[in-house]
Design a protein around this ligand. Structure first.
Ligand code: 0O2
Length: 221
């Protein structure tokens, strides 16, 4: 490939990722508005922390390889739905479902897929509520719909997931059995802590703004 061709491929890839940056901004703004409104109107902040990222090129190519997908941006666009990702860490499990409902029910947000790993934790103990949504982004050339993965979790779930991620990275996914069992045990303790903290919070404030909603999983597209 000539230098000019390589530059053209790089430019095309950067343009491709830019749409996902814009999609993230749309979702981040929605979260910011909800957080501000909660603070001013209800004197309550259900959101502890928000982080976001566009998947790195290496990690994206790695995922494409792992899934055995053919090269090409159209294929990536169609099959990889977590190129843009936002993680919302909430105080309590009820807040997780409340935030999920408030975001995914907005008129310009299309809910494509829900994975409720809180109702059904992964065998290793991982808990979080995942939603793939699509938001419109208005470019000079017209509107494009951009998929964004939103992960909703509590502080305890986040603490566990971040340690588990580090352990997996350190052992290159070959984690010793004993450590896996300890991790599962720690996940159960984290879930118990979440339940206890929420009971205490309710006792103190006489209930959170609303009770959790029932999430009906949407089949994959
Ligand atoms: P990163 O760096 O966080 O983006 P796949 O993505 O292929 O594994 P799927 O079905 O697309 O599978 O994704 P799923 O189950 O919705 O989970 C994807 C993301 O959720 C992961 O992204 C993690 O962020 C998080 N996650 C899922 N399971 C676990 C787990 O067992 N432990 C931890 N710590 N995180 C988990 P990435 O792309 O792996 O990484």
């Amino acid at each position: 490939m000539s230098a000019a061709e390589a530059r053209a491929v790089r430019d095309e890839f950067q343009r491709f990722l830019l749409e996902y940056e814009f999609g993230l901004k749309e979702i981040e703004t929605k979260i910011e508005i909800l957080r501000d409104e909660f603070l001013y109107m209800h004197d309550y902040n259900p959101i502890e922390h928000v982080s976001s990222r566009v998947k790195s090129t290496d990690s994206l190519l790695d995922k494409v390889r792992r899934r055995g997908l053919p090269p090409g941006l159209d294929v990536v666009r169609q099959h990889i739905t977590d190129i843009a990702g936002v993680r919302i860490t909430c105080s309590f499990t009820a807040d997780v479902y409340r935030l999920f409902e408030l975001l995914t029910q907005q008129d310009d947000v299309t809910l494509l897929l829900v994975k409720d790993y809180i109702a059904q934790p992964k065998p290793n103990g991982y808990q979080s509520l995942h939603a793939i949504v699509e938001v419109p982004v208005f470019l000079s050339t017209g509107a494009v719909r951009v998929p964004v993965e939103i992960q909703f979790r509590t502080i305890a779930m986040d603490f566990w997931a971040s340690l588990e991620h580090k352990i997996h990275y350190k052992y290159e996914r070959q984690v010793p059995e004993g450590l896996l069992a300890s991790l599962k045990d720690a996940a159960d303790t984290a879930a118990e802590l979440d339940a206890r903290m929420e009971r205490l919070h309710r006792a103190l404030h006489g209930g959170l703004p609303t009770s959790p909603v029932t999430v009906v999983p949407v089949p994959p597209i």
